[in-house]
Ligand binder design. Structure first.
Ligand code: 3H9
Length: 650
């Protein structure tokens, strides 16, 4: 870390250089505090420019420090010192000014920025609120209504919008520093504006608060921070900046110490580490521009949409005209719905469809850099696809199978140049779900592995490498989770009590509601197949339900009953009667016990997966659960939960 100072005539230039993102840690805080004094004492200096080295200003406070108690000098005090400096400080911003970075900029008397600048207070994503004056200075600079969107709703204006909002005083062209120096010299000719904290702010009508509260509550999914950020902002408007700063800091320190914030920090670092596994460091990915997707069903079309969204060209291969027409209509539907939700413009939707080519037969795969097979989950069918691809594709084209259960080694048997082959397990809907399980075979080349991680990054996905086992990481844990849920029911716990406990924990649905939605029959057929191979697979309640014709919502009932056209589960006396032979005496256990049993089952399976070398780290397992299986983000994942439970006991 360094904070450098250069003097250009009467202007001092202070550059925070703390790679990779100029995060503000204790050393940076100490140096800034000392510099504010030293530059005030320097009679030659009339103004100070504060900037960041490289392509961004400052990404925020150093999150790695948050696992320890806060250490002085505290950022609010550093910013207060800069704000009250005798020489005006001017923030010169390109790239991200996030969190504590934006708070530092708000403590400066002026802000100049390039178009590339981006401003955010993303603290709520870490389960905390801004802790260095962001909730107080921002509304005094841009007004309450716009400040609420940035403080509590993740709005991230760029340079041009920031100028309109009044968040920056001037938008300048690169090179940034000469432009900032010219701005500073001009500013020194005029009376200075008030420090941000002293500026008047108009009190909004009560409707503004009520509407913001409603919007925030509707999107919070149980997260505490957004509403608390709004509370701090409002307090400062209603009781003055000093009271606002005090409340902001106390909420920040309170939330920083919560389990929720620790879980979100764990995921923050895990998500970044996932993109850069050690084994492919320094290995160049193969260039990928045109991708063939074989199979245009729900999964294939979703994968094609994800690729098109990322700017790649796609050839979608189907067997006949009807298949092509179905796939085209699915993709049109996907982009239409993104357009209706305002995520893309009409032009962007058309441009995406223009990058889609459809083809009957495999010929077009010959010119593709990557082929992703997404046909029916059946070994013989998949093998016949790769027999064709092996004949047609370039030897350097990467070939991937999208499989959720089948051993990729079996699919690749007989494939020429098998080092270009691996499994890519997408999750449905593939254009939405973030998880990508990457399953190399023992023969997969390292640059092919690197190519798949690079592809994940381009698609905005979270890649997790999985070794080969039945169900890979995610479906293997899911099976154990479901088995434990059924074991609870067999032990006399009510079906609805299990679901309610898991919803209370933060899942959108309980395990039985989820099975009813997805259908009970696939897992049943899987068990029946094992039985027909002579394996000993005892009957479980789900088997009895499927044999009685109860396969879930699609048959009007599974674990629950469903009225026609209504997805809300109703308690089912019939289901209870069917499974009764396997169910013990009624046993009402506490919600925490249910949650603890299911968490322990997931973590035990996760530990086996780690011990067998199937997953590279416990954090990877947490990413699989959070990004592929609806595990509540604010709980950090089953391995995080288990580690915290162990720490509590010691
Ligand atoms: C805060 O500011 C609290 C204050 O209100 C109050 C304080 C009193 N700290 O994302 P990338 C690492 S809370 C430590 O891949 P990009 C990251 O782990 C903070 N480390 O880069 C990774 O490490 P590695 C509020 C950080 O170019 C490397 O930097 N701010 C921090 O795709 C590269 O990261 C935020 O929440 C940090 N603050 O995106 C902003 N940030 O190489 C968080 C990053 O070892 N950061 N790292 O894997 C971001 O959103 C992105 O990093 C950014 C760059 C958009 C800036």
């Amino acid at each position: 870390m360094s904070v450098n100072v250069e003097i250009e005539g009467e202007i001092a230039i202070v550059t925070i250089a703390n790679p990779p993102v100029n995060a503000v840690n204790r050393a940076v805080r100490e140096r800034l505090l000392a510099l504010a004094q030293a530059l005030d004492d320097n009679p030659d200096v009339r103004a100070v420019i504060l900037t960041g080295a490289g392509t961004l200003f400052v990404a925020g406070a150093d999150i790695a420090e948050f696992d320890r108690p806060a250490e002085p000098p505290f950022l609010p005090d550093v910013i207060a010192r800069i704000e009250r400096a005798a020489k005006p400080w001017i923030a010169a911003i390109r790239g991200a000014a996030f969190g504590g970075g934006l708070e530092l900029a708000l403590g400066c008397r002026f802000r100049v920025a390039t178009e590339s600048a981006r401003f955010a207070l993303p603290e709520i994503n870490l389960g905390i609120i801004p802790g260095a004056g962001g909730t107080q200075r921002l509304p005094r600079v841009i007004g309450v209504t716009d400040a609420i969107r940035i403080v509590a709703e993740n709005h991230t204006p760029g340079g041009a919008e920031a100028l309109k909002l009044g968040l920056v005083d001037a938008l300048v062209e690169e090179p940034l520093l000469p432009a900032a120096i010219a701005f500073a010299r001009n500013a020194l000719e005029h009376a200075l504006p008030s420090p941000s904290l002293d500026r008047p702010v108009s009190v909004p009508s009560p409707d503004v608060w009520a509407e913001a509260e409603d919007r925030i509550a509707a999107r919070a999914k149980g997260a505490a921070a957004p509403a608390r950020a709004l509370q701090a902002l409002r307090h400062g408007i209603e009781h003055g900046a000093e009271a606002g700063l005090a409340l902001e800091r106390s909420i920040f320190l309170e939330l920083r110490a919560t389990e929720e914030a620790a879980a979100l920090r764990h995921l923050f670092f895990a998500e970044r580490a996932a993109l850069r596994p050690a084994e492919i460091r320094g290995i160049n990915p193969r260039p990928i521009e045109t991708v063939a997707v074989v199979g245009g069903g729900t999964m294939g079309s979703g994968i094609a949409a994800a690729l098109l969204n990322a700017g790649l060209s796609v050839v979608l291969i189907e067997q006949d005209e009807a298949g092509v027409a179905r796939a085209r209509s699915t993709l049109t539907g996907i982009f239409d719905s993104s357009r209706r939700r305002g995520q893309i413009t009409d032009d962007q939707a058309s441009e995406r469809m223009a990058r889609l080519e459809t083809s009957i037969g495999y010929g077009a795969a010959a010119r593709c850099d990557l082929v992703i097979e997404a046909v029916f989950e059946d070994l013989t069918v998949k093998r016949s696809v790769f027999a064709e691809l092996g004949r047609i594709c370039r030897p350097d084209a990467v070939l991937a199978t999208n499989t959720s259960y089948i051993d990729p080694r079996l699919i690749a048997e007989g494939l020429p140049w098998p080092e270009r082959f691996l499994g890519l397990h997408f999750f449905s809907p593939a254009q939405v779900m973030k998880l990508l399980e990457i399953i190399p075979t023992p023969e997969t080349a390292l640059d092919v592995l690197a190519t798949s991680f690079d592809l994940a990054r381009r698609l905005g996905k979270i890649p997790v490498r999985s070794g080969i086992c039945d169900g890979f990481i995610g479906n293997r844990i899911l099976r154990r989770f479901r088995a434990e849920a059924e074991a609870l029911v067999c032990g006399g716990v009510a079906i609805a009590a299990v679901d309610a406990a898991m919803r209370g924990f933060g899942f959108a649905m309980g395990p039985f509601e989820m099975q009813d939605m997805a259908g009970l029959d696939i897992a049943f057929l899987y068990r029946e197949a094992a039985r027909s191979r002579g394996e000993h697979v005892p009957d479980i309640p789900g088997d009895l339900l499927v044999r009685a014709g109860r396969k879930g919502q699609k048959t009007g009932g599974g674990w629950y009953d469903y009225a026609a056209g209504d997805r809300r589960p109703q308690l089912s006396a019939e289901a209870e009667r069917i499974i009764a032979p396997l169910v013990g005496a009624r046993n009402d256990v506490a919600e925490e016990t249910i949650v603890a049993r299911l968490m322990a089952a997931m973590a035990q399976e996760g530990q086996l997966i780690l011990d067998e070398g199937i997953a590279a780290s416990a954090a990877d397992i947490d990413l699989v659960e959070v990004h592929g299986y609806g595990f509540p983000r604010r709980r950090g994942g089953p391995m995080f939960q288990a580690a915290r439970a162990r720490a509590d006991k010691t």
